[in-house]
Design a protein around this ligand. Structure first.
Ligand SMILES: [Fe+2]
Length: 199
């Protein structure tokens, strides 16, 4: 499988972003998630494919662009949960391999199970959208430390653990198991570099 370069991924973002402002918002978040994942990767060791993690981090939210109405420019906030699947579809249309597409569809929260889709009535085809490989889990975990809110914020592990509790104790337990496995990132250099607040 060919892994796209940073330049190719950035070009793909530029191609699909509805405006420059949306591109900057989404791509900056992806860069930050990549920085966090690489920081954690340095501690994990060679069993995780670093090139795949980098590409997956930079691609994971590309489906957000498809939430924007091309005619009005408005974002569909009610179907935000679909951005992962939309990214998976976008990458399929662009000819990307399943291993790359899965970073989009399997990074939401602590993963969406078939039961989550049914019980919460989510606007998704009933299926499991769970991070399975170490690379997918690392990207999903790194994503939890930065949020594309307006303005964007960094999120501490403690804050995320509290926030995810509303989705059930098993989500908290999974987050804690990843926290144990991958460790906590040092957000300080990223906070200083990007100037986003911490919650
Ligand atoms: Fe993300």
């Amino acid at each position: 499988m060919r892994i796209p370069t940073d330049r190719q991924i950035r070009a793909l973002h530029e191609k699909h972003a509805p405006t420059w402002a949306v591109f900057e918002h989404v791509y900056t978040h992806c860069e930050i998630v990549c920085g966090i994942a690489e920081q954690l990767l340095a501690r994990i060791g060679p069993e995780v494919d670093a090139d795949l993690v980098r590409a997956g981090s930079l691609l994971h939210d590309i489906g957000v662009y498809r939430l924007y109405d091309p005619a009005t420019g408005a974002r569909d906030h009610t179907h935000y949960i679909r951005h992962g699947l939309l990214g998976h579809e976008l990458l399929a249309e662009e000819g990307f391999a399943p291993r790359l597409r899965r970073f989009c569809s399997r990074h939401t929260g602590m993963g969406l199970s078939r039961a989550d889709v049914c019980d919460q009535g989510l606007p998704l085809p009933v299926a499991d959208y769970l991070a399975e490989s170490a690379e997918e889990r690392l990207v999903m975990y790194a994503d939890k430390f930065h949020s594309k809110t307006a303005p964007p914020t960094f999120v501490t592990a403690t804050s995320y653990a509290v926030a995810v509790r509303r989705f059930g104790e098993e989500k908290v337990a999974f987050f804690e198991s990843l926290r144990e496995r991958f460790g906590e990132p040092d957000l300080t250099p990223l906070i200083q570099g990007y100037g986003h607040a911490v919650v």
